[in-house]
Ligand binder design. Structure first.
Ligand code: DOR
Ligand code: ZN
Ligand code: ZN
Length: 394
């Protein structure tokens, strides 16, 4: 099947290290099916599915289920991320080796920010991951510094000194973990890093410690600031929170200079009830898969901080390298089926949550104009998206 690629920009298939697909257990918000469609439409060919499902992805059975669902849907490679601890409870290490040995071949483990607050558990997780040649993805949040602040959290409360949106909850964990990773000789990946000081800790760690550490930033932390959340509309509630503009600017610079390796969506679909309520009761998180590339274009390309080559690096090559994927973000061997995405750099569109492929609609960009469109996506020689529409199997 041929497509017209006149005037389009070709990128290697995008790779998202941080997606919440909600299956099993959260199917009212998203499924592997709907999340895969959103991913393909966003230009992604591989996503890493976070383990905070119900049941938690802490066993070979659950990771194999998610992986198999991804294969059945066939729109994007779904790589399950295994939970570090049983039930994401932080008390006992999960059988990481069993998950690594499953057909899902898990090589990334995470605790979703809930529980690797115990440094001893984190140290053991890093040692275990090192033995498996796996990476530990840390959501970097000390919950003892944030829990209990729910009622008073938010940008206005933070400015009044009332709230638990304390950047040290993030920064102290990153500082701790780069030292633990260095001591364990293990690979650490820092999820959704969101403050200027976090980027400075990362620079310091790389210069001072012999540590293998990578880091991601979300599109929403590159574009939105805490002033967006001053309306206390739950659509703007996310973990880590939206930060002051000085942080946003520092994150852009850090992504441009390579301090931050890549962009990851933290695509977090939530059912209407979880967002259509008071701020304090709302679940944190926002959709990201279908808007990530345009937001990167707005914040990094249109500002001159990255060129298209750089966009390919932060959205595909770097995440593929961090995750150990071998089929993305490198030159093709002649005759090899392509995994790529074709983008129209001139085709603007307006975001409508109801029109996105996700089952959920919690986009913070409702009504906003996005500057570029993903037109075609190809996974190993087969179109998954053609002319902006999900392409059913040939
Ligand atoms: O805001 C968030 N929501 N951040 C995360 O990292 C998790 C996510 C979720 O699962 O909803
Ligand atoms: Zn997180
Ligand atoms: Zn997340």
């Amino acid at each position: 099947e041929t497509v017209d690629a006149d005037g389009l920009v070709a990128l290697p298939g995008l790779v998202d290290l941080h997606t919440h697909l909600r299956e099993p257990g959260g199917e009212e918000a998203e499924t592997v099916d709907t999340g895969s469609a959103a991913a393909a439409l966003g230009g992604y060919t591989a996503v890493f599915a976070m383990p905070n499902t119900d049941p938690v992805a802490d066993s070979p059975v659950v990771v194999e289920h998610v992986w198999r669902r991804g294969r059945e849907v066939g729109l994007v490679d779904v790589h399950p991320v295994g939970a570090v601890t049983v039930g994401l409870e932080g008390a006992k290490l999960a059988e990481m080796g069993m998950m690594a040995a499953s057909p899902a071949g898990v090589r990334m483990f995470s605790d979703d920010g809930r529980c690797v607050n115990d440094p001893l558990i984190m140290r053991r997780a890093l040692e275990y991951a090192r033995a498996l040649d796996a990476v530990v993805a840390q959501h970097a949040e000390d919950h003892r510094l944030t829990v209990g602040a729910q009622a008073h959290e938010g940008p206005v409360a933070a400015r009044l000194g009332l709230a638990g949106w304390d950047p040290t909850a993030e920064e102290s964990i990153i500082a701790r973990d780069v030292m633990l990773a260095a001591a364990a000789g293990a690979r650490l990946h820092v999820c959704h890093l969101s403050t200027a000081r976090s980027t400075e800790i990362l620079r310091w760690a790389r210069e001072t410690l012999d540590v293998r550490v990578s880091a991601e930033v979300t599109p929403h932390h590159l574009l939105l600031t805490d002033t967006a959340a001053e309306d206390y509309d739950p659509v703007h509630k996310v973990n880590p929170p939206l930060r002051p503009a000085a942080d946003t600017q520092a994150l852009r610079r850090a992504l441009a200079d390579g301090t931050l390796d890549c962009v990851a969506t933290d695509h977090a679909p939530h059912a209407v009830e979880a967002k259509d309520c008071e701020w304090s009761a709302a679940r944190p998180g926002m959709l990201g898969l279908q808007t990530a590339l345009p937001v990167v274009v707005t914040t990094m390309l249109a500002t001159g901080l990255l060129d298209w080559r750089g966009v390919a690096r932060v959205c595909s090559e770097a995440p593929a390298r961090i995750a150990g994927l071998t089929d993305q973000g490198r030159p093709l061997t002649p005759g090899e089926p392509a995994t790529l995405t074709l983008v129209d750099p001139e085709a603007a569109w307006t975001v409508r949550g109801a029109a996105l492929a996700s089952r959920a609609e919690n986009t913070p960009y409702e009504g906003m104009e996005m500057p570029v469109s993903v037109v075609h996506t190809m996974l190993r020689g087969r179109w998954t998206v053609r002319d902006g529409k999900v392409s059913v199997h040939d």
